[in-house]
Design a protein. Structure first.
Length: 472
Protein backbone atom coordinates (compact mmCIF):
# COMPACT_ATOMS: atom_id res chain seq x y z
CA UNK A 1 0.00 0.00 0.00
CA UNK A 2 1.41 3.38 -1.04
CA UNK A 3 1.50 6.03 1.71
CA UNK A 4 2.74 9.61 1.35
CA UNK A 5 3.35 11.68 4.49
CA UNK A 6 3.09 15.46 4.89
CA UNK A 7 3.91 17.47 8.01
CA UNK A 8 1.00 19.70 9.05
CA UNK A 9 0.61 22.42 11.73
CA UNK A 10 -0.48 21.58 15.30
CA UNK A 11 1.62 18.38 15.43
CA UNK A 12 -0.40 16.66 12.72
CA UNK A 13 0.73 14.40 9.92
CA UNK A 14 -1.14 14.40 6.64
CA UNK A 15 -1.43 11.03 4.93
CA UNK A 16 -2.29 10.29 1.32
CA UNK A 17 -3.15 6.61 1.16
CA UNK A 18 -3.51 4.65 -2.07
CA UNK A 19 -5.53 1.44 -1.77
CA UNK A 20 -4.57 -1.21 -4.33
CA UNK A 21 -7.07 -2.34 -7.00
CA UNK A 22 -7.13 -5.81 -5.42
CA UNK A 23 -8.08 -4.40 -2.00
CA UNK A 24 -10.82 -2.18 -3.43
CA UNK A 25 -12.36 -5.13 -5.32
CA UNK A 26 -12.17 -7.41 -2.28
CA UNK A 27 -13.82 -4.76 -0.09
CA UNK A 28 -16.60 -4.20 -2.65
CA UNK A 29 -17.30 -7.93 -3.04
CA UNK A 30 -17.31 -8.34 0.76
CA UNK A 31 -19.81 -5.49 1.13
CA UNK A 32 -22.10 -7.01 -1.54
CA UNK A 33 -22.03 -10.38 0.24
CA UNK A 34 -22.82 -8.70 3.55
CA UNK A 35 -25.83 -6.86 2.13
CA UNK A 36 -27.06 -10.07 0.47
CA UNK A 37 -27.10 -11.80 3.85
CA UNK A 38 -28.75 -8.94 5.71
CA UNK A 39 -31.18 -7.25 3.27
CA UNK A 40 -34.69 -8.65 2.83
CA UNK A 41 -35.98 -8.16 -0.73
CA UNK A 42 -39.48 -9.54 -1.56
CA UNK A 43 -39.42 -12.42 -4.03
CA UNK A 44 -35.90 -13.55 -3.13
CA UNK A 45 -34.49 -15.70 -0.37
CA UNK A 46 -31.90 -14.04 1.80
CA UNK A 47 -28.43 -14.56 0.32
CA UNK A 48 -29.86 -15.45 -3.10
CA UNK A 49 -30.54 -11.93 -4.39
CA UNK A 50 -28.85 -11.31 -7.77
CA UNK A 51 -26.15 -8.67 -7.53
CA UNK A 52 -27.78 -6.43 -10.13
CA UNK A 53 -31.12 -6.49 -8.28
CA UNK A 54 -29.39 -5.74 -4.96
CA UNK A 55 -27.49 -2.77 -6.40
CA UNK A 56 -30.65 -1.46 -8.05
CA UNK A 57 -32.69 -1.74 -4.82
CA UNK A 58 -30.04 -0.29 -2.42
CA UNK A 59 -28.45 2.19 -4.77
CA UNK A 60 -24.83 2.29 -5.90
CA UNK A 61 -24.08 5.24 -3.58
CA UNK A 62 -25.09 3.40 -0.40
CA UNK A 63 -22.94 0.40 -1.27
CA UNK A 64 -19.96 2.56 -2.23
CA UNK A 65 -20.28 4.57 1.01
CA UNK A 66 -20.12 1.35 3.04
CA UNK A 67 -17.08 0.13 1.08
CA UNK A 68 -15.26 3.47 1.37
CA UNK A 69 -15.80 3.65 5.14
CA UNK A 70 -14.33 0.16 5.53
CA UNK A 71 -11.39 0.91 3.22
CA UNK A 72 -10.53 4.15 5.00
CA UNK A 73 -10.65 2.58 8.46
CA UNK A 74 -8.59 -0.48 7.52
CA UNK A 75 -6.29 1.57 5.27
CA UNK A 76 -5.51 4.10 8.00
CA UNK A 77 -4.79 1.37 10.52
CA UNK A 78 -2.45 -0.39 8.09
CA UNK A 79 -0.76 2.89 7.08
CA UNK A 80 -0.04 3.83 10.71
CA UNK A 81 1.50 0.41 11.34
CA UNK A 82 3.40 0.38 8.03
CA UNK A 83 4.87 3.88 8.52
CA UNK A 84 5.47 3.33 12.27
CA UNK A 85 3.57 6.52 13.16
CA UNK A 86 3.12 7.17 16.90
CA UNK A 87 -0.41 8.47 16.58
CA UNK A 88 -2.45 10.04 19.38
CA UNK A 89 -6.18 10.63 19.14
CA UNK A 90 -8.52 9.91 16.26
CA UNK A 91 -7.91 10.60 12.59
CA UNK A 92 -9.69 13.20 10.47
CA UNK A 93 -10.62 12.60 6.82
CA UNK A 94 -9.47 15.47 4.62
CA UNK A 95 -10.99 14.24 1.35
CA UNK A 96 -14.56 15.11 0.39
CA UNK A 97 -16.70 12.04 1.05
CA UNK A 98 -19.07 12.89 -1.82
CA UNK A 99 -16.15 13.16 -4.24
CA UNK A 100 -14.77 9.84 -3.00
CA UNK A 101 -18.13 8.16 -3.72
CA UNK A 102 -18.20 9.67 -7.20
CA UNK A 103 -14.65 8.56 -8.04
CA UNK A 104 -14.64 5.09 -6.45
CA UNK A 105 -14.66 2.16 -8.86
CA UNK A 106 -14.33 -1.45 -7.65
CA UNK A 107 -11.12 -3.03 -8.91
CA UNK A 108 -9.38 0.32 -9.38
CA UNK A 109 -6.88 2.06 -7.10
CA UNK A 110 -8.59 4.19 -4.46
CA UNK A 111 -6.82 7.23 -2.96
CA UNK A 112 -7.91 9.35 0.00
CA UNK A 113 -6.33 11.89 2.35
CA UNK A 114 -6.45 12.02 6.15
CA UNK A 115 -4.66 13.66 9.04
CA UNK A 116 -3.78 12.42 12.49
CA UNK A 117 -2.32 13.96 15.63
CA UNK A 118 1.13 12.82 16.71
CA UNK A 119 3.14 13.46 19.88
CA UNK A 120 4.48 17.04 19.75
CA UNK A 121 8.20 17.67 19.30
CA UNK A 122 9.31 20.33 21.76
CA UNK A 123 12.53 22.31 21.52
CA UNK A 124 14.05 24.49 24.25
CA UNK A 125 15.98 27.60 23.31
CA UNK A 126 17.80 27.33 26.63
CA UNK A 127 17.28 25.97 30.12
CA UNK A 128 20.55 26.97 31.77
CA UNK A 129 21.47 30.40 33.04
CA UNK A 130 17.87 31.48 33.57
CA UNK A 131 17.41 34.57 35.75
CA UNK A 132 14.18 34.61 37.76
CA UNK A 133 12.69 36.42 40.75
CA UNK A 134 10.60 34.71 43.41
CA UNK A 135 8.93 35.79 46.63
CA UNK A 136 10.47 34.57 49.88
CA UNK A 137 7.85 33.56 52.43
CA UNK A 138 9.29 34.54 55.81
CA UNK A 139 8.46 32.69 58.99
CA UNK A 140 5.95 34.72 61.02
CA UNK A 141 6.09 34.11 64.80
CA UNK A 142 2.58 35.56 65.09
CA UNK A 143 1.28 32.60 63.07
CA UNK A 144 2.44 30.28 65.86
CA UNK A 145 0.45 32.25 68.43
CA UNK A 146 -2.60 32.21 66.15
CA UNK A 147 -2.30 28.45 65.65
CA UNK A 148 -2.04 27.81 69.38
CA UNK A 149 -5.05 30.07 69.95
CA UNK A 150 -6.88 27.92 67.40
CA UNK A 151 -6.09 24.79 69.43
CA UNK A 152 -7.18 26.68 72.53
CA UNK A 153 -10.47 27.73 70.94
CA UNK A 154 -11.26 24.16 69.86
CA UNK A 155 -10.53 22.92 73.38
CA UNK A 156 -12.77 25.57 74.95
CA UNK A 157 -15.75 24.75 77.14
CA UNK A 158 -19.09 26.14 75.93
CA UNK A 159 -21.04 27.94 78.66
CA UNK A 160 -24.68 29.06 78.14
CA UNK A 161 -25.18 32.85 78.20
CA UNK A 162 -28.50 34.54 78.98
CA UNK A 163 -27.59 37.94 80.44
CA UNK A 164 -26.06 39.57 77.36
CA UNK A 165 -26.44 39.72 73.57
CA UNK A 166 -24.28 37.86 71.07
CA UNK A 167 -20.72 39.01 70.44
CA UNK A 168 -17.86 37.90 68.24
CA UNK A 169 -16.35 34.64 69.48
CA UNK A 170 -19.67 33.20 70.70
CA UNK A 171 -21.41 30.14 69.34
CA UNK A 172 -25.05 30.88 68.53
CA UNK A 173 -27.78 28.31 67.93
CA UNK A 174 -30.15 29.83 65.37
CA UNK A 175 -33.07 29.13 63.07
CA UNK A 176 -33.04 30.99 59.77
CA UNK A 177 -34.98 31.26 56.52
CA UNK A 178 -33.33 32.94 53.54
CA UNK A 179 -34.99 34.68 50.61
CA UNK A 180 -33.64 36.13 47.37
CA UNK A 181 -35.26 38.19 44.56
CA UNK A 182 -37.69 36.11 42.47
CA UNK A 183 -35.88 37.42 39.41
CA UNK A 184 -33.25 40.03 38.66
CA UNK A 185 -34.49 43.48 39.63
CA UNK A 186 -37.64 42.11 41.27
CA UNK A 187 -38.79 43.32 44.69
CA UNK A 188 -40.56 40.01 45.34
CA UNK A 189 -38.43 37.80 47.61
CA UNK A 190 -38.69 33.99 47.50
CA UNK A 191 -37.11 31.19 49.52
CA UNK A 192 -34.30 29.22 47.85
CA UNK A 193 -32.98 25.67 48.15
CA UNK A 194 -30.53 25.26 51.03
CA UNK A 195 -31.39 28.67 52.46
CA UNK A 196 -33.11 27.46 55.63
CA UNK A 197 -31.94 25.67 58.78
CA UNK A 198 -33.14 24.78 62.28
CA UNK A 199 -30.93 24.64 65.38
CA UNK A 200 -27.95 25.66 63.27
CA UNK A 201 -24.77 26.06 65.34
CA UNK A 202 -22.93 29.11 64.06
CA UNK A 203 -19.54 30.37 65.22
CA UNK A 204 -19.70 34.15 65.25
CA UNK A 205 -16.43 34.83 63.49
CA UNK A 206 -15.56 36.96 60.48
CA UNK A 207 -15.76 35.04 57.20
CA UNK A 208 -17.82 32.14 58.59
CA UNK A 209 -20.81 32.92 56.39
CA UNK A 210 -21.71 35.15 53.46
CA UNK A 211 -21.00 38.87 53.83
CA UNK A 212 -23.32 40.62 56.26
CA UNK A 213 -24.81 37.55 57.92
CA UNK A 214 -22.56 37.36 61.01
CA UNK A 215 -22.54 41.14 61.47
CA UNK A 216 -26.33 41.12 61.43
CA UNK A 217 -26.54 38.59 64.25
CA UNK A 218 -24.10 40.39 66.56
CA UNK A 219 -26.05 42.16 69.31
CA UNK A 220 -29.09 39.88 69.27
CA UNK A 221 -30.42 38.35 72.51
CA UNK A 222 -31.85 34.88 73.09
CA UNK A 223 -35.39 34.84 71.69
CA UNK A 224 -34.82 37.76 69.31
CA UNK A 225 -35.97 37.47 65.69
CA UNK A 226 -34.50 39.81 63.12
CA UNK A 227 -34.22 40.26 59.37
CA UNK A 228 -30.56 40.21 58.34
CA UNK A 229 -29.42 41.54 54.96
CA UNK A 230 -26.52 39.71 53.30
CA UNK A 231 -24.98 39.33 49.84
CA UNK A 232 -23.66 36.22 48.11
CA UNK A 233 -20.14 36.69 46.69
CA UNK A 234 -19.82 37.08 42.88
CA UNK A 235 -17.83 33.82 42.66
CA UNK A 236 -20.35 31.78 44.68
CA UNK A 237 -20.37 28.23 43.20
CA UNK A 238 -24.18 28.14 42.90
CA UNK A 239 -24.47 30.35 39.83
CA UNK A 240 -28.09 31.45 40.34
CA UNK A 241 -27.14 32.90 43.77
CA UNK A 242 -23.78 34.48 42.84
CA UNK A 243 -23.83 38.21 43.57
CA UNK A 244 -27.45 38.09 44.74
CA UNK A 245 -28.72 40.09 47.74
CA UNK A 246 -30.54 38.01 50.34
CA UNK A 247 -32.69 38.57 53.41
CA UNK A 248 -32.53 36.04 56.25
CA UNK A 249 -35.12 35.89 59.01
CA UNK A 250 -32.98 34.80 61.98
CA UNK A 251 -34.08 33.67 65.44
CA UNK A 252 -31.44 33.28 68.16
CA UNK A 253 -32.32 30.29 70.35
CA UNK A 254 -29.14 29.91 72.41
CA UNK A 255 -25.90 31.80 73.03
CA UNK A 256 -22.83 29.96 74.23
CA UNK A 257 -19.58 31.61 75.27
CA UNK A 258 -16.22 29.91 75.06
CA UNK A 259 -14.21 29.45 78.25
CA UNK A 260 -10.61 29.08 77.12
CA UNK A 261 -8.19 26.74 78.93
CA UNK A 262 -4.91 28.02 80.37
CA UNK A 263 -1.83 27.62 78.19
CA UNK A 264 -0.06 25.18 80.48
CA UNK A 265 1.34 21.64 80.36
CA UNK A 266 -2.12 20.15 80.96
CA UNK A 267 -3.38 21.95 77.84
CA UNK A 268 -0.41 20.69 75.79
CA UNK A 269 -1.08 17.11 76.87
CA UNK A 270 -4.78 17.46 75.99
CA UNK A 271 -4.28 18.74 72.44
CA UNK A 272 -1.03 17.01 71.45
CA UNK A 273 1.35 14.14 72.14
CA UNK A 274 3.74 16.46 74.01
CA UNK A 275 4.21 16.59 77.79
CA UNK A 276 4.99 20.28 78.17
CA UNK A 277 3.74 23.52 76.69
CA UNK A 278 7.28 24.43 75.65
CA UNK A 279 7.61 21.22 73.60
CA UNK A 280 4.21 21.79 72.00
CA UNK A 281 5.06 25.39 71.05
CA UNK A 282 8.42 24.25 69.63
CA UNK A 283 6.63 21.66 67.47
CA UNK A 284 4.13 24.20 66.14
CA UNK A 285 6.94 26.65 65.40
CA UNK A 286 8.92 23.98 63.53
CA UNK A 287 5.83 23.19 61.47
CA UNK A 288 5.34 26.84 60.48
CA UNK A 289 9.02 27.30 59.67
CA UNK A 290 8.79 24.25 57.41
CA UNK A 291 5.67 25.66 55.74
CA UNK A 292 7.45 28.94 55.03
CA UNK A 293 10.43 27.10 53.51
CA UNK A 294 8.15 24.93 51.36
CA UNK A 295 6.15 27.95 50.21
CA UNK A 296 9.38 29.73 49.23
CA UNK A 297 10.54 26.64 47.34
CA UNK A 298 7.20 26.44 45.53
CA UNK A 299 7.54 30.10 44.53
CA UNK A 300 11.03 29.43 43.15
CA UNK A 301 9.82 26.38 41.23
CA UNK A 302 6.87 28.30 39.81
CA UNK A 303 9.17 31.12 38.68
CA UNK A 304 11.48 28.60 36.99
CA UNK A 305 8.52 26.85 35.34
CA UNK A 306 7.28 30.15 33.95
CA UNK A 307 10.76 30.93 32.64
CA UNK A 308 11.06 27.49 31.03
CA UNK A 309 7.63 27.88 29.44
CA UNK A 310 8.88 31.04 27.75
CA UNK A 311 11.81 29.07 26.27
CA UNK A 312 9.83 26.17 24.81
CA UNK A 313 8.83 26.00 21.16
CA UNK A 314 6.13 23.45 20.42
CA UNK A 315 3.07 23.02 18.23
CA UNK A 316 0.44 21.43 20.47
CA UNK A 317 -2.02 18.97 18.91
CA UNK A 318 -5.67 19.51 19.75
CA UNK A 319 -5.93 15.96 21.09
CA UNK A 320 -3.74 16.55 24.13
CA UNK A 321 -5.23 20.01 24.69
CA UNK A 322 -8.68 18.40 24.93
CA UNK A 323 -7.32 15.73 27.28
CA UNK A 324 -5.78 18.39 29.56
CA UNK A 325 -9.02 20.38 29.58
CA UNK A 326 -10.98 17.23 30.46
CA UNK A 327 -8.56 16.53 33.31
CA UNK A 328 -8.86 20.09 34.64
CA UNK A 329 -12.67 20.03 34.49
CA UNK A 330 -12.75 16.65 36.22
CA UNK A 331 -10.56 18.01 39.03
CA UNK A 332 -12.85 21.04 39.38
CA UNK A 333 -15.92 18.80 39.52
CA UNK A 334 -14.34 16.56 42.15
CA UNK A 335 -13.41 19.55 44.33
CA UNK A 336 -16.92 21.00 44.12
CA UNK A 337 -18.45 17.59 44.81
CA UNK A 338 -16.36 17.28 47.98
CA UNK A 339 -17.90 20.59 49.09
CA UNK A 340 -21.33 18.98 48.86
CA UNK A 341 -22.46 20.58 45.59
CA UNK A 342 -24.64 18.70 43.09
CA UNK A 343 -22.36 18.47 40.05
CA UNK A 344 -25.08 17.15 37.72
CA UNK A 345 -27.17 20.27 38.32
CA UNK A 346 -24.25 22.67 38.42
CA UNK A 347 -22.35 21.47 35.33
CA UNK A 348 -24.79 22.33 32.56
CA UNK A 349 -23.56 21.92 28.94
CA UNK A 350 -23.36 25.71 28.66
CA UNK A 351 -21.24 26.00 31.83
CA UNK A 352 -18.93 23.17 30.74
CA UNK A 353 -18.35 24.87 27.38
CA UNK A 354 -17.67 28.20 29.09
CA UNK A 355 -15.26 26.56 31.53
CA UNK A 356 -13.44 24.95 28.61
CA UNK A 357 -12.94 28.32 26.97
CA UNK A 358 -11.84 29.97 30.22
CA UNK A 359 -9.46 27.11 31.11
CA UNK A 360 -7.83 26.81 27.69
CA UNK A 361 -5.01 29.37 28.28
CA UNK A 362 -4.06 27.65 31.55
CA UNK A 363 -4.19 24.23 29.87
CA UNK A 364 -1.80 25.41 27.14
CA UNK A 365 0.64 26.78 29.74
CA UNK A 366 0.53 23.57 31.78
CA UNK A 367 1.19 21.44 28.70
CA UNK A 368 4.07 23.65 27.56
CA UNK A 369 5.61 23.49 31.04
CA UNK A 370 5.28 19.70 31.18
CA UNK A 371 6.91 19.33 27.76
CA UNK A 372 9.72 21.69 28.80
CA UNK A 373 10.44 19.55 31.88
CA UNK A 374 10.40 16.38 29.76
CA UNK A 375 12.84 17.96 27.32
CA UNK A 376 15.27 18.91 30.10
CA UNK A 377 15.05 15.38 31.53
CA UNK A 378 15.77 13.97 28.07
CA UNK A 379 18.68 16.32 27.35
CA UNK A 380 20.33 15.76 30.76
CA UNK A 381 19.43 12.04 31.06
CA UNK A 382 17.64 12.70 34.36
CA UNK A 383 15.95 9.52 35.56
CA UNK A 384 14.09 8.36 38.64
CA UNK A 385 15.71 6.25 41.30
CA UNK A 386 13.49 3.22 41.98
CA UNK A 387 14.40 3.23 45.68
CA UNK A 388 13.39 6.91 46.06
CA UNK A 389 10.14 6.19 44.25
CA UNK A 390 9.27 3.30 46.54
CA UNK A 391 10.14 5.30 49.67
CA UNK A 392 7.78 8.13 48.63
CA UNK A 393 4.98 5.67 47.79
CA UNK A 394 5.37 3.94 51.17
CA UNK A 395 5.27 7.30 52.96
CA UNK A 396 1.99 8.24 51.28
CA UNK A 397 0.40 4.86 52.02
CA UNK A 398 1.50 4.97 55.68
CA UNK A 399 0.24 8.55 56.11
CA UNK A 400 -3.17 7.57 54.71
CA UNK A 401 -3.91 4.11 56.19
CA UNK A 402 -7.67 4.37 55.62
CA UNK A 403 -7.41 5.21 51.92
CA UNK A 404 -7.73 2.52 49.27
CA UNK A 405 -5.14 3.48 46.64
CA UNK A 406 -4.99 2.44 43.02
CA UNK A 407 -1.31 1.52 43.28
CA UNK A 408 -0.61 1.79 39.55
CA UNK A 409 -2.11 5.26 39.41
CA UNK A 410 -0.34 6.27 42.63
CA UNK A 411 2.96 5.09 41.18
CA UNK A 412 2.42 7.17 38.03
CA UNK A 413 1.55 10.28 40.07
CA UNK A 414 4.53 9.91 42.39
CA UNK A 415 6.87 9.22 39.45
CA UNK A 416 5.72 12.42 37.76
CA UNK A 417 6.13 14.40 41.00
CA UNK A 418 9.63 13.08 41.73
CA UNK A 419 10.85 13.61 38.17
CA UNK A 420 9.48 17.16 38.27
CA UNK A 421 11.38 17.81 41.52
CA UNK A 422 14.64 16.41 40.10
CA UNK A 423 14.39 18.38 36.87
CA UNK A 424 13.52 21.64 38.62
CA UNK A 425 16.35 21.01 41.08
CA UNK A 426 18.76 20.72 38.15
CA UNK A 427 17.38 23.87 36.51
CA UNK A 428 17.63 25.79 39.80
CA UNK A 429 21.28 24.75 40.24
CA UNK A 430 22.04 26.20 36.83
CA UNK A 431 19.98 29.39 37.19
CA UNK A 432 20.04 32.64 39.15
CA UNK A 433 17.09 32.94 41.54
CA UNK A 434 16.63 36.28 43.29
CA UNK A 435 14.42 36.18 46.39
CA UNK A 436 12.34 39.26 47.20
CA UNK A 437 10.01 39.94 50.16
CA UNK A 438 6.57 38.36 50.06
CA UNK A 439 4.04 40.59 48.32
CA UNK A 440 6.60 42.40 46.15
CA UNK A 441 5.75 40.63 42.91
CA UNK A 442 2.02 40.62 43.66
CA UNK A 443 2.18 44.38 44.08
CA UNK A 444 4.06 44.68 40.78
CA UNK A 445 1.38 42.58 39.05
CA UNK A 446 -1.38 44.75 40.53
CA UNK A 447 0.44 47.90 39.39
CA UNK A 448 0.91 46.49 35.90
CA UNK A 449 -2.78 45.55 35.73
CA UNK A 450 -3.78 49.04 36.88
CA UNK A 451 -1.56 50.59 34.19
CA UNK A 452 -3.08 48.27 31.57
CA UNK A 453 -6.62 49.22 32.63
CA UNK A 454 -5.66 52.89 32.57
CA UNK A 455 -4.26 52.46 29.06
CA UNK A 456 -7.47 50.76 27.92
CA UNK A 457 -9.51 53.57 29.46
CA UNK A 458 -7.37 56.12 27.60
CA UNK A 459 -7.89 54.28 24.32
CA UNK A 460 -11.66 54.18 24.93
CA UNK A 461 -11.68 57.92 25.76
CA UNK A 462 -9.70 58.67 22.60
CA UNK A 463 -12.19 56.60 20.61
CA UNK A 464 -15.10 58.59 22.08
CA UNK A 465 -13.30 61.87 21.27
CA UNK A 466 -12.78 60.74 17.68
CA UNK A 467 -16.44 59.79 17.36
CA UNK A 468 -17.47 63.13 18.83
CA UNK A 469 -15.19 64.93 16.39
CA UNK A 470 -16.64 62.98 13.48
CA UNK A 471 -20.18 63.85 14.59
CA UNK A 472 -19.17 67.49 14.93
Amino acid sequence: MKVTQEKLPASQIGLEIEITPEMSKQAYDKAIQGFMRSVNIPGFRRGKVPRQVLVQRLGEGRIKASVIEELMESGLKQAIEQEKIEAIGNYQIRSSFDELIQSFQPGEAFTFSASIDVAPEATLKTYKGLAVTAEEVAFDPAAVDEAIEGYRSRAATLVPVEDRPTQFGDLAVVDFVGRVPAEEGSEEMVEFAGGSATDFQLELQEGRFIAGFIDGIIGMNVGDTKEVTATFPPDYPQEDLAGQPAIFTVTVKEIKAKELPDLDDDFAQEVSEFETMAEFRESVEASYRSRAEKATQQNKEQALLEALEQQVEVDLPETIVREELNFMLTQTAMNLSQQGLDIKKLFTPELVERLREQSRPEALIRLRQALALSKVAEEESIELDEADLQVRINEIVQENPDQNFDMERLRDMVSEELLREKVLGFVEEHSQVELVPEGSLTADDAEAEALELAAEATVETDAVDVEAAEVA
